[in-house]
Design a binder for this molecule. Structure first.
Ligand code: AMO
Length: 429
């Protein structure tokens, strides 16, 4: 007989497989909840109704034993979901040791560290599992949107010889007999691909940052979704694609993750296009009015980002762009117009989700900017070469996938949206 998920059983005989979630023994009546990926099902063994062998088997079951149960589904007023399984065969596939190291059903709140140590148990909780289903669907709907908009998915190296996002967050590794780095972003490679004629590319893959501080939105390894597009006139073209991508994705998630969103009581609003564009100087004024002390050239930190999000939330705005950042705080690859840059950030409820902009595609200017920012162009020859033989105007963004899921579900900490988070302290498991 083929296995059926607990959510799919109807009337008749079925084989279900899963973990023993709860056992109750009322003497002549014994029952347990069987949990699988899709839900739970009560298995009821009543003396006289099932064989003595089954009764004995059930009385030996313990929490999280792994079982395969065959039996008949009958309606039941008392059982959760209005149905129960009357077993005629119970096979114990594996026993679980006791006591369990964490109580993942949430009666005793386990600390983060313990939860991540035993993530395989933690994810048996359907609410925790829901986070990763939302991640799965988010990626799927994004890929669909990219496909509709003519993007090609690519993969570029994770092991790199040079980083684009500043030395302080690079992870050096030993690559045979020389030093290399884990990528901070696919920045240099996606830009190189703009000189290849592929026109519109995206990549979804891990990115690494040796972040020294602890926040609820930074980790050392995250899933970066990057796109890059050619033949643009300005960063406005990038924002148009990005806001379309966000709306497509949210619409998809709203439809395919109803159950998951309900578990988190997450009300997903679909923003209207175009998203609000706020120039950096205006954003500074807005947060300074409520107590911040930012001046031109300062970067938005956690608190100011949140403040801006709160101000805009009062106006019913959840998604917005911040544009026209000062050139001095943007990386070398962003195009500068004197004092201002063509860089942009996209925020969702006060959290930066993506950043990018129009790139500098003119070889001579790029080399000059790199030098002015203290970089050695010789180290970036492989990248700069792509700008010497017909590089076209282009732009793109990098997008933090876990931050997106964090905000969709209202999770306090980004780590919850990562199966095995990496932080300065956490390398195992
Ligand atoms: P940036 O450094 O702003 O830009 O990163 C892009 C997006 O990636 C996410 N992110 C992180 N998420 C979790 N933990 C971290 N430590 C972390 N660092 C970044 C954020 C952020 O908005 N190359 C540029 C992008 C571009 O211009 O295309 C870049 O990496 O959501």
């Amino acid at each position: 007989m083929q296995r059926t998920y607990t959510s799919k059983v109807g009337k008749g005989k079925f084989l279900v497989k899963g973990w023993v979630a709860k056992v109750r023994d009322l003497g002549n009546l014994k029952f347990f909840m069987l949990r699988d990926r899709e839900g739970t099902l009560q298995v009821t063994a009543k003396k006289g109704v099932v064989s003595d062998g089954i009764i004995k088997e059930v009385s030996h079951l313990g929490r999280e034993d792994c079982v395969a149960v065959t039996g008949k589904i009958v309606s039941s007023k008392q059982a959760p979901g209005g149905r129960e399984l009357i077993p005629d065969k119970i096979e114990v596939i594996a026993r679980a040791q006791t006591p369990l190291p964490i109580d993942f059903e949430g009666k005793i709140e386990s600390g983060f560290d313990k939860r991540f140590d035993y993530r395989f148990l933690d994810v048996r909780n359907h609410k925790v599992q829901a986070i990763f289903r939302v991640m799965d669907r988010t990626l799927k709907h994004m890929r669909e949107s990219f496909e509709r908009n003519g993007f090609i998915e690519i993969n570029t190296p994770v092991i790199q010889a040079a980083g684009a996002e500043g030395g302080s967050t690079m992870f050096p590794i030993i690559y045979y007999n020389r030093e290399a780095f884990l990528r901070q972003s696919p920045q240099l490679y996606k830009q190189i691909m703009m000189a290849s004629g592929l026109d519109r590319v995206y990549e979804i893959g891990p990115a690494f940052r040796a972040e020294k501080f602890h926040t609820t939105r930074h980790v050392s390894e995250f899933l970066s979704m990057d796109f890059e597009m050619a033949w643009i006139d300005s960063e406005e073209d990038v924002m148009k694609v990005l806001e379309r991508l966000v709306v497509d994705t949210l619409k998809g998630v709203k439809k395919s993750c109803k159950r998951e969103l309900e578990l988190f009581q997450a009300k997903l609003k679909i923003p209207e296009i175009p998203f609000r564009r706020i120039e950096y100087e205006k954003a500074i004024k807005m947060v300074n009015k409520v107590g911040a002390k930012l001046k031109f050239g300062d970067d938005f930190m956690d608190v100011e980002e949140k403040k801006l999000g709160e101000i805009l939330a009062k106006r019913g705005i959840e998604w917005y762009f911040v544009t026209k950042f000062p050139s001095q705080i943007k990386p070398f690859y962003i195009m500068m117009d004197g004092k201002y840059s063509r860089g942009l950030d996209l925020a969702f409820k006060g959290l930066e989700i993506a950043s990018g902009g129009q790139r500098e595609h003119r070889y001579g200017v790029l080399v000059k900017v790199m030098k002015a920012k203290g970089l050695d162009p010789h180290q970036f020859k492989f990248y700069l070469d792509a700008f010497r033989y017909g590089q076209i105007p282009h732009g793109g963004i990098g997008y933090g996938m876990e931050r997106m899921v964090q905000k969709i579900l209202g999770l306090d900490n980004i780590k919850e949206a990562i199966l095995f988070p990496r932080t300065p302290e956490k390398l195992v498991p």
